[in-house]
Every structure is written in C-alpha cells, then in structure tokens.
Ligand binder design. Structure first.
Ligand code: NAD
Length: 259
C-alpha cells in the first residue's frame, strides 16, 4: 500500500527535465505516482508535460498550464475532476530565478518574476482550495518557496520578495482552511540549492562551472547541493496522512543553508 494511495495530486511546472536533469516538479510527480497517487503533470511546456505523463502511464494525465494565466486554471481543475473524480493535493512548484540586484532590476522584470512565482502560487492556492474542498475529504497545498524567502540575498531582489510572499500566503491559506474546518493543510518547502535545470542555468552564468559548483557546495553546511528527489521526499511527507497535524509550517530542505 503506497503512502498516497487514493489521493490525486496536481503539480505545476512538472514537465520532464532537460538533458537528463530532473526538475523538482518531475521528481515530485515520479515519487507521488510511485506511492500510489494519481497525478496531473502540468507545465507551460506542453511537450515536457506530455512526455512525463506518458512515462508514468495510466495514473497520469498531462495538462498545459501556464500558472500566470487565470484562464488555464479552471479547465485544468475540470480535467483533473473528469479524469480522477477529485483533487487531494496541489503542489505549487513552477518558478523562475533570474538574478538582478535592486539597482539593475527593471520594473518589467520584477513584474515577470512576481507573475510566475507569486501570482501563480496565489492562483494555485485559490483554485486548489476551491477544488479540493468539493470532495469533502480534505487535502493539502504545498508551496515551493526557497531559503531566499527566509533569508535575503542582494542579487535576487525580485526572487527573494516573491518567495517571501509565498511563505506568508501559505500561512494565510492554512489559517483560512482551519477556520473553515476544510481539513486542508497548507505548508511551504524551502529548498537550498538543488541540482535541477534551474541550478544548471546558475552554473552556466559564471566564468567556470567547476568554481560555481564548489561555491554552492561550500555554502551548504552539509557540504553539497541537494537532489530533486530530496525535495520530493519532503513533499511526499507533507502530502501524506503522516503529516496530518502539520499546517502553516515552513520546512527547510537545504543542507543547513538557512541557518
Ligand atoms: P526548473 O527551472 O528546473 O523547473 C521549473 C519548471 O517550471 C519548468 O518545467 C518550467 O517549464 C516550468 N515553468 C516555468 N514557468 C512556468 C509557468 N509560467 N507556468 C507553468 N510552468 C512554468 O526549476 P526547479 O529548480 O525544479 O525549481 C522548482 C521550484 O523550486 C521553483 O519554484 C524554484 O524557484 C524553487 N527553488 C529552486 C531551487 C534550486 O536550486 N533549483 C532552490 C530554491 C527554490
């Protein structure tokens, strides 16, 4: 019996990764499916979503979902209900990280980051709570923030602000769902540097990939960066009934980076 048997989860930004490197969304989908959940693989990149859903098989569907486009959300929820009859869990994972300090940041780029990282999570919480509650069984919202949502960095002005917004929104959702007796828990995960396609893009920015990697590793007290599967393990715990009394929590999965 899997730890998510009988549950249905939608994960944003969960299309298949690039060049054999998995994103966190892909890792979460694979782990949830392996633990018995039915899964909706969603991404702005349709091809990537379809490729992963095909690999998972009958317990997966692919949905094109640009988290910033409100018109995509209701049809996505309807497709999950039509396919699997209910929704138990939304993982708001889609995000971008393009560094810029406050002096260099443009308003247009600031807005782009907030649209995906913050507005997209708002929409996922709004449509997620309203769809999960239809079953009367309760469920979970899991928002992927960052250690940069807890501890700021000068080169990530917009990103830090967007991830701090996610952290606090998560708690407001937890309080609302508690007050309404919906049995819907809402928690945030705060990853450190995790080896995904996003991390590969950070390594490509510096003059030397090796030096950049060593600097990332040295910044983490455990002496290495994380794996997407390690974020999937945390998400699995929060999505499962093992976390039944945990809501409004912020779970760092960061090798000690935020300490
Ligand atoms: P990634 O870039 O590897 O994957 C992000 C996924 O989101 C991609 O599949 C992409 O197609 C999708 N996406 C982008 N814009 C979208 C949109 N508008 N709508 C729907 N999907 C969209 O990133 P990752 O490293 O797997 O990061 C996942 C989450 O974790 C992000 O929210 C990121 O900010 C956060 N995070 C990452 C790290 C890290 O070191 N990798 C650290 C802390 C937090």
């Amino acid at each position: 019996m899997g730890r998510l048997e009988g549950k249905v989860a939608l994960v944003t930004g969960s299309g298949k990764g690039k060049g054999g490197v998995m994103g966190m969304g892909e890792a979460i989908i694979r782990r949830f499916a392996a633990e018995g959940a039915k899964v909706a693989v969603t991404d702005v990149n349709t091809e990537a979503a379809e490729a992963l859903a095909k690999e998972i098989g009958d317990n997966a569907i692919a949905i094109t979902l640009d988290v910033t486009n409100e018109a995509h959300w209701k049809p996505a929820m309807d497709k999950v209900l039509d396919s699997f009859g209910k929704l138990s869990c939304v993982v708001n994972n889609a995000g971008i990280s393009e560094p810029a300090n406050i002096a260099e940041e443009t308003f247009a780029h600031w807005q782009k980051v907030q649209r995906i990282n913050s507005d997209g999570v708002f929409l996922g919480c709004h449509y997620g709570v309203n769809t999960i509650k239809l079953s009367g069984e309760g469920g979970t919202i899991i928002n992927i923030s960052s250690t940069l949502g807890m501890k700021a960095a000068s080169i990530h002005a917009a990103y830090c602000a967007s991830k701090a917004a996610v952290r606090h929104l998560t708690k407001s959702v937890a309080l609302y769902c508690g007050e309404q007796k919906l049995n819907i828990r809402s928690n945030s995960i705060h990853p450190g540097a995790i080896h995904t396609p996003m991390y590969e893009s950070f390594l490509a920015m510096g003059p030397s990939r090796e030096a950049a990697m060593q600097a990332f590793e040295a910044g983490h007290p455990l002496g290495r960066v994380g794996k997407p599967e390690e974020i999937a393990s945390a998400a699995l715990f929060l999505a499962s009934d093992e976390a039944s009394f945990i809501t409004g929590a912020e779970l760092t999965v960061d090798g000690g980076l935020a300490l």
